[in-house]
Write a protein that binds this ligand. Structure first.
Ligand code: GDP
Ligand code: CA
Length: 352
């Protein structure tokens, strides 16, 4: 099967690791029964590049790297981002010079990725080719994974915040400054993606969506990860028009983001932190939605507000790889049911 996913960083990467246990199982994890037919399967990941930033002259793509390191076995498990067994010599040397910014931590091994990327970009390779080259080292093709940036055009998510220096004034800061430096504590008024008007989907992105058998939305941040990918001209239309069912996994569990600041991002759109609000953001193309068992009440609510949506409540905490594989299996199962056609608009908790 051709499976397409849209992914941010940590939430997307962890979900994908579970999904790969279904598409290309390892012997490491005793896994849930896969609902997928026999392989081979191809997983195309369309990664968010709105988080990208240039630091110390290096192009850093945090979400693409988090996916790459996680699937390639190089991730720092505790953090969820960055490299395992990392050192920070370069960072302290830069700080000794007073080089800014000092609020964004880049480890030494991680910096090698950014040096290689920046060099190949400077030689004229588009980001999609550079990403392919980086992902080769981490064995992604061997696991049937194609990692695509959402666009080859440099784009950057900026956050509009109140400017303390001027009455009623506002200013825009880079997403990373808002997220990492300020921990999303400055109220976000809006998100603006610089460069988006000139951006086109990277080669392969629209084709992947159009020819997909199944499209899965991991529990990535609905505003600053998936929302940014959807804003690339053409992507949302392709999802609306594709023949594959689109099934999403809620990133909001019990009225809270499991980690990160999705609540602050939803608030900027004037939305509450509920799984219903997130499903509403995808209403025009979403066919199936997994909510956590603690949000089982949403099954009935969404049956009224989004009538064509199939909603299923299941445990959605990605506590370890087997638990995550079970979530991916539920998402795939729902997608296959939708492909086969029919069934009631909403199903209840543990109805099978
Ligand atoms: P980021 O780019 O590193 O912020 O990562 P993503 O955008 O891919 O994912 C962040 C989202 O993942 C957050 O909004 C979390 O709510 C969600 N998330 C993290 N862990 C879990 C989990 O175990 N279960 C669910 N359902 N969502 C999770
Ligand atoms: Ca991110």
């Amino acid at each position: 099967m051709r499976i397409v996913t849209l992914a941010g960083g940590v939430g997307g990467a962890r979900f994908l690791r579970g999904l790969l246990e279904l598409t290309t199982p390892t012997d490491v994890h005793p896994v849930v029964r896969s609902p997928l037919p026999d392989g081979p399967h191809e997983v195309t990941v369309i990664g968010n590049t709105g988080d990208d930033i240039t630091l110390f002259g290096l192009r850093v793509c945090p979400d693409l790297d988090t996916v790459m390191y996680t699937l390639g076995g190089g991730i720092h498990e505790g953090q969820g981002w960055g490299r395992a067994d990392e050192s920070h010599v370069v960072r302290s040397e830069l700080a000794a010079y007073g080089a800014e910014p000092q609020w964004f931590g880049l480890g030494d091994k991680d910096i090698a990725t950014h040096v290689a990327r920046s060099q190949w970009l400077a030689q004229g390779a588009p980001l999609s080719q550079v990403t392919e080259r980086l992902a080769d080292r981490w064995g992604l093709p061997g696991r049937g994974v194609r990692l695509l940036p959402m666009t080859d055009t440099p784009v950057e998510t900026h956050v509009v915040v109140d400017d303390p220096g001027s009455e009623g004034g506002q200013s825009a800061i880079h997403f990373q400054e808002w997220w990492v430096r300020h921990q999303a504590a400055l109220p976000a008024r809006r998100f603006v993606v610089a460069g988006l008007d000139r951006a086109a989907p990277a080669p392969g992105v629209l084709d992947a969506i159009r020819s997909a058998d199944l499209i899965l939305l991991p529990p990535s941040n609905p505003v600053v990860s998936i929302g940014i990918i959807l804003s690339v001209p053409g992507v949302r239309d392709a999802l609306r028009g594709c023949r594959a069912p689109v099934v999403g996994v809620s990133p909001v569990v019990g009225g809270r983001p499991v980690r990160g600041h999705a609540d602050a991002c939803l608030a900027a759109l004037g939305l509450p932190t509920t799984t219903e609000a997130v499903a509403g953001l995808y209403a025009d193309f979403l066919d199936g939605w997994l909510v956590d068992e603690s949000d089982a009440a949403a099954v009935a609510t969404l049956a009224r507000t989004q009538r064509d949506l199939r909603v299923v409540a299941r445990p959605l905490l990605m506590t370890d790889v087997p638990a995550t594989a079970a979530i991916a299996a539920e998402a795939a199962r729902l997608g296959l049911e939708l492909r086969a056609g029919g069934g009631p608009a909403a199903t209840s908790v543990r109805d099978r």
